[in-house]
Design a protein around this ligand. Structure first.
Ligand code: PGA
Length: 288
C-alpha cells in the first residue's frame, strides 16, 4: 500500500487526478469504480477539466439508496453533464446498483421494505447489517432485490480502478460496521451514524434506512483501488483503517491500493502510530 500525504483537500484532489489519469493512460481497457459522497467531488471536477476523454470508459458505482435515485443523479451530474465536448462518460456506461424497485405497481420505499422484512422472516437472515436474502425467498420484492444485486456483482469488471471514500465510522461503500469481509453486492441496513452524516441526501423528504452496496469482497476484487480521506473528522476512521479494525481495514490486504490523505488526519496520530505506519507502508509526503 502506498500512502500519499497531501497539504489539503485541493492538493489531494489534484494528486489523485494525476494518479488516476496516468493509470487510465497505461491501459485503454481499464474501467473506473466510482464513489459518491462529498470527498471525490473536486476530483471529478478536475477529471472533467483535464481534457482526458472518458467517452469510451465505463464506470461502476459503489452504492445507492433503496427507494431513491439520488446517487444515480449524482453520478450523471458529475460524470456526464460536467465534462466538456462530449468527453464525459456516456449514460449507458454509468452503472450503479439498482435502488428503485416496484411493489404493487408503486415505487417501494423504506417503510414498505421494513414491512416486507417483518412479514417474511423465512426469506432472509441478518448477517450484521447485511440482509442476506435466500435463493428460495418467496416474496417478490426480496427476489427482485436478490436478482438485481447478483447481476450487478457479476457485471463488475476486475480490470477497474475503484475510487473510494471512507465514512466517519469507517465504512467503504455502505459496508457498515459488522459487515463480513467476504460480502458481495447486498442490501444493507444503514447505520445511525451514516444516516446522520448523510442527512443532506434526504432533503427531498424521501428518507430510507436501506441501501444497496458493493460488498467488501467486491471492492477487493478490483485490480486497483484508491481511497481518499480529507479533514480531521476522518482521523478516527483512517486510524481504524490503517492500524485498527473497522470495515475498511480489510482493504489493507489489497495488492494495489493507494491512499490519499490530508495532513491534518495524520496530525491526530501519535508518534508511535506514525512509526508503525512508516514501518508498514510506503509513504510519500508532500505536506512536509
Ligand atoms: P463523504 O462520504 O465523502 O461525504 O465524507 C464518505 C462515505 O460515507 O463513504
Amino acid at each position: 500500500m502506498k500512502i500519499v500525504v497531501c497539504k489539503d483537500y485541493e492538493e489531494m484532489s489534484q494528486k489523485g487526478k494525476d494518479f488516476i489519469i496516468s493509470e487510465l493512460k497505461r491501459d485503454s481497457s481499464l474501467a473506473l469504480g466510482g464513489a459518491t459522497g462529498n470527498t471525490p467531488k473536486r476530483l471529478y471536477e478536475l477529471l472533467a477539466q483535464s481534457g482526458f476523454d472518458f467517452s469510451e470508459r465505463k464506470i461502476w458505482f459503489l452504492d445507492e439508496y433503496f427507494g431513491k435515485m439520488s446517487y444515480y443523479q449524482y453520478a450523471v451530474n458529475f460524470l456526464h453533464n460536467n465534462f466538456p465536448q462530449g468527453r464525459g462518460f456516456r449514460l449507458e456506461n454509468i452503472h450503479i446498483p439498482q435502488g428503485i424497485f416496484y411493489w404493487n405497481n408503486q415505487t417501494a420505499h423504506s417503510e414498505t421494505l421494513s414491512q416486507i422484512l417483518l412479514e417474511n422472516k423465512n426469506d432472509y437472515h441478518m448477517l450484521g447489517p447485511e440482509v442476506s436474502i435466500y435463493a428460495e425467498a418467496m416474496n417478490g420484492l426480496l427476489k427482485q432485490i436478490r436478482r438485481s444485486n447478483r447481476n450487478y456483482e457479476h457485471s463488475l469488471p476486475v480490470n477497474r480502478l475503484q475510487i473510494l471514500g471512507i465514512g466517519v465510522e469507517g465504512h467503504v461503500g455502505f459496508n457498515e460496521k459488522g459487515t463480513r469481509k467476504t460480502s458481495l453486492t447486498h442490501l444493507t441496513l444503514l447505520d445511525e451514524s451514516t444516516l446522520t452524516a448523510n442527512e443532506s441526501d434526504f432533503a427531498d423528504g424521501i428518507r430510507t434506512k436501506y441501501a444497496l452496496t458493493q460488498g467488501i469482497q467486491s471492492i477487493m476484487r478490483a485490480k486497483y483501488a484508491v481511497l481518499f480521506a480529507s479533514g480531521e473528522k476522518k482521523a478516527e476512521a483512517v486510524h481504524g483503517f490503517l492500524l485498527g479494525d473497522n470495515s475498511a481495514s480489510a482493504l489493507r490486504n489489497h495488492e494495489n491500493l493507494a491512499v490519499f490523505l490530508t495532513r491534518d488526519i495524520l496530525a491526530r496520530f501519535t508518534d508511535k502510530d506514525k512509526i508503525k505506519l512508516r514501518h508498514s507502508y510506503f509513504i510519500v509526503d508532500f505536506a512536509t
